[in-house]
Ligand binder design. Structure first.
Ligand code: APR
Length: 246
C-alpha cells in the first residue's frame, strides 16, 4: 500500500465523496493491449483515425475501414481482458462509492470488469448494425465474414454493416450524453482515467463538474489541457494508481 501523500489525498477524496463519477478514455485500456489513439505509441502514428473513423470516408470507402477492423481493431479487442484499473472502478461501484463510469471507449472492458452503470458516449464496437434493416450482428460473426467478404454485407438484407460506434462527423447518442451531463453536473468527485481530453464534447465534461464545484482528479500518463483545473494529477499508469488507492 503506497503511503505517498498524493495517494493519501486521493483516498481521502474517494472516502468523503457522496457522488463520485469516473470518466475513462483509451488510456485505461492500454494495459489490456488496446492501442490508444494519441500519445507516442498511439494509433495516429500508424493509422489515421481521422480517415478510418470518419463517417464520410466510411460511406465512400467502407473497405478501408473494414480492412483496419480486420487487421487492427478486431485482433486487439477480441483478445483484450479488463486490467486492474477497470477492476478497481468496478469495485468502487460495488462498494457504493462510484455512481457511474462515463466512457469514450468502445471496447466493452468496463462492463466485462463487472461495472453495471457504464455510459458509452462513443458506442460499442462489439455491436455491429445493418444501416438498412438495423439488425445487429456480433463482432465475432462479422469478423468471420471478413475472410471472404470485404466490406461485409448484412446476412439478413445484404445492407451495409457498420460498428455501433460514433465516427467523426456523427452525433453522439443524445440519451447517453444527457445522462453523462447530468452525472457530471451532480457529482462532487470527477475522476478522469486515461484520456487526452482533446475530443469534444466528451472532453468538456470534466469542466462541467469543476464548474459545479466538484473536485477533479486526473490520472493520465501524459499531461492534459485540464491538468490546470484539477485538484490532483497523476502522470502515472492508471492500474498502478487505482490499485494502490482502491
Ligand atoms: N495509464 C494512464 N494513462 C495512459 C496509459 C496508462 N497505462 N497509457 C496511455 N495513457 C494516456 C495517454 O497519455 C493519452 O493521453 O491515455 C491517453 C489516451 O488518449 P487518446 O488516445 O487521445 O484517447 P481518448 O482520450 O480516449 O480519445 C478520445 O478520440 O479518436 C477519438 O473516438 C476516439 O474515444 C476516442 C476519442
Amino acid at each position: 500500500m503506497s503511503t505517498s501523500r498524493p495517494y493519501d489525498a486521493l483516498r481521502g477524496f474517494i472516502a468523503s465523496a457522496r457522488q463520485m463519477v469516473a470518466f475513462t478514455g483509451a488510456g485505461i485500456s492500454a494495459e489490456s493491449g488496446i492501442p490508444t489513439y494519441r500519445g507516442d505509441d498511439g494509433l495516429w502514428n500508424k493509422y489515421d483515425p481521422a480517415r478510418f473513423a470518419n463517417i464520410d470516408n466510411f460511406f465512400s470507402d467502407p473497405e478501408y475501414y473494414w480492412s483496419f477492423f480486420k487487421e487492427v481493431r478486431y485482433p486487439a479487442i477480441s483478445q483484450a481482458v479488463p486490467n486492474r484499473a477497470h477492476t478497481a472502478l468496478a469495485q468502487l461501484e460495488q462498494k457504493g462509492a462510484l455512481k457511474a463510469v462515463i466512457t469514450q471507449n468502445i471496447d466493452g472492458l468496463q462492463q466485462a470488469a463487472g461495472s453495471q452503470k457504464v455510459l458509452e458516449l462513443h458506442g460499442n464496437t462489439r455491436r455491429i448494425i445493418c444501416l438498412q434493416c438495423r439488425q445487429h450482428q456480433t463482432m465475432e460473426a462479422v469478423h468471420q465474414r471478413l475472410a471472404t467478404e470485404l466490406p461485409p454485407k448484412c446476412p439478413a438484407c445484404g445492407g451495409t454493416l457498420k460498428p455501433d460506434v460514433v465516427f467523426f462527423g456523427e452525433a453522439l447518442p443524445m440519451d447517453v450524453m444527457k445522462d453523462a451531463l447530468a452525472a457530471s453536473q451532480t457529482c462532487d468527485l470527477f475522476l478522469v482515467v486515461g484520456s487526452s481530453l482533446v475530443v469534444q464534447p466528451a472532453a468538456g465534461l470534466p469542466l462541467v463538474a469543476n464548474r459545479n464545484g466538484a473536485r477533479v482528479v486526473i490520472i493520465n500518463r501524459d499531461s492534459t489541457p485540464l491538468d490546470r483545473i484539477a485538484d490532483l494529477v497523476f502522470h502515472e499508469p492508471a492500474s498502478e494508481v487505482l490499485s494502490a488507492v482502491v
